[in-house]
Design a protein around this ligand. Sequence first.
Ligand code: NAD
Length: 260
Amino acid sequence: VSDAKTAVVTGSSSGIGLGIAEGFAAKGMNIVMNGISPAEKVEPLRQRLEETHGAKVIYVEANIMKPEGVRALMASAAEAFGRVDVLVNNAGIQHVAPVEEFPEDKWDAIIALNLSAAFHTIRAVVPGMKASGWGRIINIASAHGLVASPFKSAYVSAKHGLVGLTKTVALEVAEHGITVNAICPGYVWTPLVERQVPDTAQARGISEEEVKRDVLLAAQPTKEFVSVEHLSAVASFLCSDDASSITGASLPVDGGWVAQ
Ligand code: NAD
């Protein structure tokens, strides 16, 4: 039996969540990965985390847009590791459309995953964290949790809501050794973003470098993407005892975006 801490990272079969899971595995935590990809597709990633870092890693395929999915995720975590010490609410989706044309089902889905899923996971883990007198809850919000852009009504609403949820729960659990924070990334270089670059360059007749600087990074003063590794490092720091006085914070990691 190991006394390693156990972390649940939602939406960790790719992108930012995978990077955070990997950073936690490198710190010796047990990891509960989650996503909607089939288990056989995620298995090589799960194995890599275990083999590279000697961590114990399980993957739970669960659609956490539904409370039943959250319950299944938490039941698997409890069965494998007994308790959850660290929760990262990272799973999220986006849809871009003017508000008067915004599909109702997309609104509901974005609120369900980007906001309500975090309520359900937090609700599930807080009793155990209170019982052990230690916990870390990290919500991956966005620069769009702090400022808006047009045509992203559901995403901006959900991420602002997630920032509000972060502050509220931080106050409720502050005397129990539990911190609750939001990380607010700017544009992140995930495979999803990377794949858009060549097509955009071709469509606009400009170079890939121009796409990155003048299209994707127009709002980001550094003109550089935030890296998954930088976000993972911030998440790991928030889990450390050195960060125990940081709670209720919404930390921009955005190359200066929200300073404008
Ligand atoms: P991604 O698309 O690479 O990964 C999304 C993950 O969520 C995947 O593991 C996917 O399986 C999982 N997922 C999707 N729907 C799910 C569902 N219903 N139930 C459970 N899991 C589900 O995305 P990413 O770019 O790594 O984004 C991760 C988080 O970071 C999101 O909350 C996103 O809003 C936020 N964020 C991303 C950026 C960016 O530029 N990429 C910027 C700011 C914030």
